[in-house]
Design a protein around this ligand. Sequence first.
Ligand code: NZQ
Ligand code: ZN
Length: 388
Amino acid sequence: MLGNFSYKNATKLYFGENALQFLNDELPKYGDTVQLIYGGGSIKKNGVYDEVTAILKANGKRIVEDGGVMPNPTVQKLREGVNLARENGVSLLLAVGGGSCCDYAKAISVSVNCDEDPWDKYYMRFEEPTCEIVPVGCILTMAGTGSEMNAGAVITNHEMKLKIGHVFGEEVMPKFSILNPRYTMTLPKRQMTAGIYDIFNHICEQYFSGEDDNVSDDLAEALMKSVIRNSLVAVEDPENYEARSNIMWAATWALNTLISRGKTTDWMVHMLGQAAGAYTDATHGLTLAAVSLPYYRHILPYGLQKFVRFAVNVWGVRPEGKSDMEIANEGLAALADWMKQIGVAVTLTDLGATETMIEGIADGTIILKGGYKTLTRAEVVQILKASL
Ligand code: NZQ
Ligand code: ZN
């Protein structure tokens, strides 16, 4: 059955090879001073920086440079970005990059006009913004997180060994996002496939959860099949526009709140993966890949019918003459095979985690309700050990 919900998505999207020209339509709405947020330099190498700054200049904007946003943006960088925005009276935060830049921009947006420390307010006390929010726009160069059309912002605190996401309200969603699949083609293959696994797992997180067998689950299966089909093409032929554009659009729909409507979700793969990420600083999608199968094997008995449905509808497992447990396990085996095919079959050990970190990672794992089984701390430790 479908639970009760409201739905609004506040982000305007421009998609396709010519999408950047629509920045000209958006810029006049947002004042004179643009904080140009980007990462470690990929946009300077592939020409996106030049294209974007030319449009900003043509629109008479003052550009406040804010480069060097690292993957898994840190709280130190966030505090610097907030100060930069304050000192310059920034009127638009324009993120050009992957989820890290988009998340970082959103975290700045709710902190510029607020006296309290953003980490304490949003990531320790999980408060909602009480100050004026600076508008955010995104120009996406990596498909994966869905940050371009949601209100999530994940920040890492290395001192505290915590990586935490705050999902804000619709007022924090980017006002607009520009998605040109061509921009994703300069991604190293490892980043492309990590992003693909992130997309797939976002769909799984919402699919394997309470309030089963509704229209959100039907949409989720269609998205999963599309990601699987297009990922196999993109891995063989990364320049394939058809595949890359389908992946980029699926990423947006995987986490723009639509397929979680009417469902309860616990996001436990992300809770485990993010806690591991705080210790290893590993690529987000790969941390999810490392913990997924041990987690799904663990919860399979509690959500058996859904794992049967997953096996048959997503992976084409033939059910005749098999027990539910056999069918469900064949589905997970098919998932494991696909992960090998696209090159994301990794362990936490591969990502730099060690046995001695397990207790700390377990401490950093936020245990949420809403899935098939609310984990105990002992189960978290068991799953993490099985992921090494
Ligand atoms: O920094 P640059 O030089 O730009 O390089 C980046 C970075 O090294 C590179 N890259 C991006 N686009 C490229 C490119 N390299 C060449 N060509 C391009 N076109 O890719 C690397 C990774 O970028 P990053 O933005 O970190 O990746 P992603 O999009 O996966 O974002 C990860 C962050 O998002 C959070 C993660 O936890 C992590 O902190 N998430 C945000 C979510 C949300 N807002 O809803 C949900 C997700 O589950 C996730 O937790
Ligand atoms: Zn994710």
